[in-house]
Design a protein around this ligand. Structure first.
Ligand code: SF4
Length: 265
């Protein structure tokens, strides 16, 4: 059975890469579905750490991009610019609160279109069928066991080597450090609404240019949700990006996760 690892470029994926090089888990081919909008630190880490490490240890990193129906490859943001009605991000409509419940995020079509389907298309091209399925390793750590799920495709069997080894996110960091590698940045699109307040404060402090792009993107998404769905939206649970307070909130914002298991790993 062919074996691939769904590589997010973050802490857990980097630990899995190290464990594979040490022979602790059986993966040689790592598939990175690139949204085109990761934080620049992730791209730098991939170029300077992941690629040389994999090459040295006889492993392969395949960078895959979504190809649109018109044959073009566009990042999520480029597709948003290209398609004036598109609302692919898990933004939150600012509907009035009812009791303790707040509006849940909209469906994250971004993960489905730029990650899951890109990986599925690739393994189908590689020959995966329901009679000859492939094994897909996912970098979910033991402390995030609730993110485990079976594959919805009969040509793919999901595997969770970090959970099998009871390896937590903290242990992933230790594995990376013990291998002599710098700590891996958290992987996700730099504007992902699932980031928490701590991340937004850091982004505004260290990369005001990117933060300004987030503010603009939120404005654009809000305009579209108002037109299409009747309510503006925000990226954070509370308040707009342009009103981000200077202090970390007592109430943590954002679940900081993605239960489809293809982001933040
Ligand atoms: S990181 Fe966030 S914005 Fe990017 S694909 Fe995943 S859920 Fe969507």
């Amino acid at each position: 059975m062919k074996r691939y690892f769904s590589f997010g470029g973050g802490v857990q994926s980097t630990a899995a890469m190290v464990l594979a090089a040490q022979g602790e888990i059986d993966y040689k081919t790592f598939l990175f579905a690139d949204t085109g909008d990761e934080h620049p630190e992730t791209y730098e880490y991939i170029e300077n750490v992941h690629k040389p490490f994999m090459e040295k240890h006889g492993m392969e990193l395949r960078v895959l991009e979504r190809v649109s129906k018109d044959g073009e490859t566009r990042s999520i943001r480029e597709e948003i610019e290209h398609e004036p009605n598109l609302i692919p991000l898990p933004v939150r409509l600012t509907v009035p609160r009812t009791g303790k419940h707040r509006a849940p995020p909209l469906t994250r079509n971004c993960t489905g279109h730029w990650k899951i389907r890109v990986l599925e298309k690739h393994i189908r091209e590689e020959g995966a069928t329901m009679h000859d399925p492939v094994m897909m390793g996912l970098g979910i750590s033991y402390d995030e066991i609730q993110r485990m799920s079976d594959s919805k495709r009969r040509y793919q069997i999901n595997d969770f080597p970090l959970i099998d080894g009871k390896i937590t996110r903290d242990e992933c960091r230790r594995i990376v450090k013990d291998a002599g590698l710098p700590s891996a940045p958290r992987s996700a699109c730099f504007y992902c609404p699932f980031h928490n307040n701590d991340y937004w404060l850091r982004l505004r402090r260290k990369r005001p240019d990117l933060f300004e792009e987030v503010v603009e993107l939120e404005r654009e998404m809000s305009k579209r949700t108002l037109e299409k769905l009747g309510a503006p939206c925000t990226f954070k649970i509370r308040g707009k990006m342009e009103n981000l307070p200077d202090q970390q909130s007592l109430f943590e914002d954002g679940p900081d996760t993605c239960e489809t298991a293809h982001c933040f790993v």
